[in-house]
Design a protein around this ligand. Structure first.
Ligand SMILES: *Cc1c(COP(=O)(O)O)cnc(C)c1O
Length: 404
């Protein structure tokens, strides 16, 4: 990311400096387009990091949220919240799972998953439960979730880390079997179905099927972090559905509220009754505004055919990039599923963020050298073409630049 310039005063001097930010302030959006405060228009290839599922100012979502705001925004988990049951029932129907805990962010959903795993172990008499986690994983920035994260940059400065994690490489069943043989404390496997921050790294279908079989044999929980890859982004409701398996625990967040903060942990029969009253909670989780956003997002996704669209636009983009970058040595690999696409270059490419913004396109770069596209699921074929039209020459010029 761009290092802050020490000479130029920050335009936000009272906001803690936790992000390398582009000097752009977005004021409003429409569909897949956003405008900054200077009136410049950008095509949104990022959706606020896989959040704005329905793009901006969606004609069905906005009136529904306005209606909800005028009725009740927050009540409390001290009372029944009927919209929680509506959204939970829908998530269970879509996933084939049984029970949902609501929170407000991805890391909270993952914290709940880790607490479920630990109590699952304690309930079985395992005093020091351990969870298998992955190289290059990203699960959030709380102390427990950064400990589960497989990125030393996220952990640096925040030790002592939470214990109880065993780390393995992706897509390597032999590594899991080795842990199963040697470690009787393991209670769960925890991974992103497709790693997001780690560089858009998909788990193979046969690997996920193998994990399912091992978890059944060992009586472990299979916990799939679908915070980034879930909610239709890959062309199915949840990315693991491509492998025909079901997890025991599935944290969700980002795209579920199409911009309204929301998190959820969806659990199958093995994990649905681990928590009882007093075991876990959150003040904001499950508030009526967030629940309405979730209910409406899922409903509009069906009405507008957004799963099919995510698959089709994703295929269109992948094919265009494969063709346009064919034979270009600096492009190492194009990866992903649906509208979750990574283009790995042979060098760090954070400089492309500003260049793309200057050309009217919002993208992200993750794992230093992977261009990441996570556009709204309402992306049209013409807008997908426009992403290609802007991005391809930028990448070619960047790779041809001897200073890059
Ligand atoms: C973004 C993300 C998180 C963290 O979500 P927050 O809402 O930022 O706490 C966790 N897991 C994955 C896979 C993510 O992409």
């Amino acid at each position: 990311m761009n290092a802050p310039d020490p000479v130029v005063a920050s335009p936000m001097p009272h906001v803690m400096n936790t992000y390398g930010r582009l000097p752009v302030a977005l004021s409003h959006g429409q569909g897949c387009w956003v405008w900054d405060t200077r009136g410049r228009r950008y095509l949104d290839g990022l959706a606020g990091i896989a959040v704005s599922t329905l793009g901006h100012n969606h004609p069905k979502l906005v009136p529904a949220l306005q209606d909800q705001v005028s009725k009740i925004i927050h009540s409390s988990n001290y009372y029944e919240v009927p919209l929680q049951e509506t959204l939970a029932a829908r998530l269970c129907e879509l996933s084939g799972l049984d029970s949902v805990f609501f929170c407000s962010t991805g890391l909270e959903a993952n914290e709940a998953a880790l607490k479920l795993a630990r109590k699952f172990g304690h309930d079985r008499g395992i005093e020091r439960p351990e969870v298998i986690v992955y190289e290059r994983a990203f699960h959030g920035r709380s102390i427990a979730t950064l400990s589960a994260t497989g990125n030393p940059k996220v952990q640096a400065g925040f030790g002592p880390l939470v214990e109880g994690f065993v780390r393995v490489p992706m897509n390597d069943l032999a590594a899991i079997e080795a842990v199963a043989k040697s470690n009787p404390h393991v209670v769960a496997i925890f991974l992103e179905t497709i790693q997001g921050e780690g560089g858009i790294n998909p788990s193979r279908a046969d690997y996920l099927q193998g994990l399912r079989a091992i978890c059944d044999r060992q009586n472990w929980l299979l916990m799939l972090d679908e915070v980034q890859c879930g909610i239709g982004r890959t062309g199915k409701w949840f990315a693991h559905q491509w492998a025909g398996i079901r997890p025991d625990v599935m944290p969700l967040a980002k795209g579920l509220g199409s911009g309204v903060p929301i998190g959820a942990v969806v659990t199958g029969p093995r994990a649905a009754r681990i928590f009882g009253p007093g075991n876990h909670g959150t003040t904001f989780g499950g508030n009526p505004l967030a629940m309405r956003a979730g209910v409406e997002t899922l409903k509009i996704m069906v009405e507008d055919g957004l799963l099919e669209n995510a698959a089709a636009r994703g295929a269109q983009l992948r094919q265009a990039f494969e063709t346009q970058f064919a034979g270009l040595a600096g492009v190492k690999e194009i990866r992903g599923a649906g509208l979750m696409i990574g283009i790995e270059l042979d060098r760090p490419c954070g400089a492309l963020l500003q260049r793309a913004a200057d050309a009217g396109l919002m993208i992200s770069v993750t794992a230093d050298s992977v261009i990441r596209l996570l556009p709204p699921l309402i992306l049209t074929a013409a807008e997908a073409d426009e992403i290609v039209r802007i991005l391809v020459p930028l990448v070619k010029a960047f790779l041809a630049d001897p200073k890059a």
